[in-house]
Design a protein around this ligand. Structure first.
Ligand code: 6Z7
Length: 336
C-alpha cells in the first residue's frame, strides 16, 4: 500500500474503489471521527493540461452543498499530488444498480430521477452546468439516495447560464447533438439532453443511442431517433421525447421538468429548488469537537467561517454533521 505522508494521522487509506483517467479513488477512514470517506488521488504530472479542471471542480464543490451532490470534505495539495476527500457513497454506481435489476420499475425510476432533477436544478440555479451526466457519475449512498459526482467538466459561464459554451466534453453516448456538432451550446440544455439519456437508461436498461462505431453513434444522436420499448408508459415516452429533442430550443427546460406530469404523478410534489450554499451552525457538533480540541464552540465556528472550507476542521465538522443528520450518535476517536 502506497503511503502518503500528507494523509498520515488524518486518513487511513484502504482499498481502491474507483479508477479512470487521471485519478484513482480509494476508500479511507477519517481518523478523528472513524467515518468512511472516498479520497480521489491525482498525480500532478499525469494531470497535465487537466490541472485547471481540478481547481475549477474544487471551487464548484465548495459552493454546491446539496443532499444529492457528493460532498467535498477536504482538499490536500502536496508538491506531487492533489487529494480530494469526498463523501463515500457505499451503494456504488447507479449504472451497476440498473444492470443488476435489468431495468427499473417506473416508481423506482421516478424516485431516482426526481433526485437527479433536484440536484441539477440546484446547480443550474447557481449558474453551474455539469456537462458529464451519465449513470457512471451517479452514485448511491447506503439509503439508496443518489449523489452526483465528478464535476471535473462542470462549467460556470461568467456571463451566466444564458452564455454559450464551446468546449466539447463528456462522453459521446450521452452528449447532446449540438455538442457533438461542435456548435455553441448552453450548458443547461446539454444537461437536459443527458438527463433524457439517463432516464431512458433507468426505464429501459439500455441506451437510446449506442453503436460501436463513433460515426454511426453520431448519426443516431443527430437523427434523434431511438427505440420505444413496449413497456414504456405514455407519460414516460412523452417525457423522454421532450428531453431528447435534437433542436435545443424545443427541449424541455429544467423548470418545466420539475412540474412535468410524469414527475408530479402519484401526488409527488413538484421538485423543489434548494438554495442552501452555506453551512448551518450546529452547536451539538461544535461541542463534540470542542470536547477534544479544547477550543470553545464560538472559536471553532469562527475558524470554520474564516477557513477556505477544505481543511481537516471542515471535514471533521461536516462528517459529524452528516452523522447527526443520519440520526447517529456524535463521536470523536479519542487519542489512543
Ligand atoms: C463531488 O464528488 C466527486 C467528485 C469527483 O471528481 C469524483 C468523485 N468520485 C467518487 C467516486 C467513487 C466514490 C465512491 O464512494 N465509490 C464507491 C463506493 C462504494 C462502492 C463502490 C464505489 C463500488 N463497489 C461497491 C461499493 C466516491 C467519489 C466524487
Amino acid at each position: 500500500m502506497v503511503r502518503y505522508t500528507a494523509l498520515k494521522g488524518l486518513y487511513d487509506l484502504e482499498k481502491t474503489i474507483g479508477s479512470g483517467g487521471f485519478a484513482k479513488v480509494k476508500l479511507a477512514t477519517h481518523v478523528a471521527t472513524g467515518e468512511k470517506v472516498a479520497i480521489k488521488i491525482m498525480e500532478k504530472t499525469t494531470l497535465g493540461e487537466d490541472l485547471p479542471r481540478v481547481k475549477l471542480e474544487v471551487e464548484a464543490l465548495k459552493t454546491l452543498l446539496h443532499q444529492h451532490i457528493c460532498r467535498l470534505y477536504q482538499v490536500i495539495e502536496t508538491e506531487n499530488h492533489y487529494f480530494m476527500v469526498l463523501e463515500y457513497c457505499s451503494g456504488g454506481e447507479l449504472f451497476d444498480h440498473i444492470v443488476e435489476k435489468n431495468r427499473l420499475p417506473e416508481i423506482e425510476a421516478r424516485r431516482f430521477f426526481c433526485q437527479i432533477i433536484s440536484a441539477v436544478a440546484y446547480m443550474h440555479n447557481l449558474g453551474y452546468a455539469h456537462r458529464d451526466l451519465k449513470p457512471e457519475n451517479v452514485l448511491l449512498d447506503k439509503e439508496e439516495n443518489l449523489k452526483l459526482i465528478d464535476f471535473g467538466l462542470c462549467a460556470k459561464p461568467k456571463m451566466g447560464m444564458q452564455a454559450h459554451l464551446y468546449t466539447s466534453c463528456g462522453s459521446p453516448t450521452y452528449a447532446a447533438p449540438e455538442l457533438i456538432m461542435g456548435k455553441k451550446y448552453l450548458g443547461s440544455e446539454v444537461d437536459i439532453w443527458s438527463m433524457g439519456v439517463l432516464l431512458y437508461a433507468l426505464l429501459c436498461g439500455f441506451l437510446p443511442f449506442d453503436d460501436n462505431s463513433l460515426e454511426n453513434l453520431y448519426k443516431k444522436i443527430l437523427s434523434g431517433k431511438y427505440e420505444e420499448p413496449y413497456w414504456l408508459s405514455h407519460d414516460s415516452k412523452a417525457l423522454i421525447k421532450s428531453m431528447l429533442q435534437v433542436d435545443p430550443v424545443k427541449r424541455i427546460t429544467i423548470h418545466e421538468l420539475c412540474h412535468h406530469p410524469w414527475i408530479t404523478s402519484n401526488s409527488l410534489k413538484p421538485v423543489v429548488f434548494i438554495h442552501k450554499t452555506k453551512f448551518e451552525k450546529d452547536d451539538e457538533v461544535l461541542s463534540t469537537m470542542s470536547a477534544i480540541c479544547g477550543e470553545s464552540n464560538t472559536d471553532i465556528w469562527k475558524k470554520l467561517m474564516r477557513s477556505d472550507r477544505t481543511d481537516y476542521r471542515t471535514a471533521t465538522y461536516l462528517l459529524l454533521l452528516d452523522r447527526k443528520l443520519r440520526g447517529l450518535s456524535l463521536k470523536i476517536a479519542t487519542k489512543s
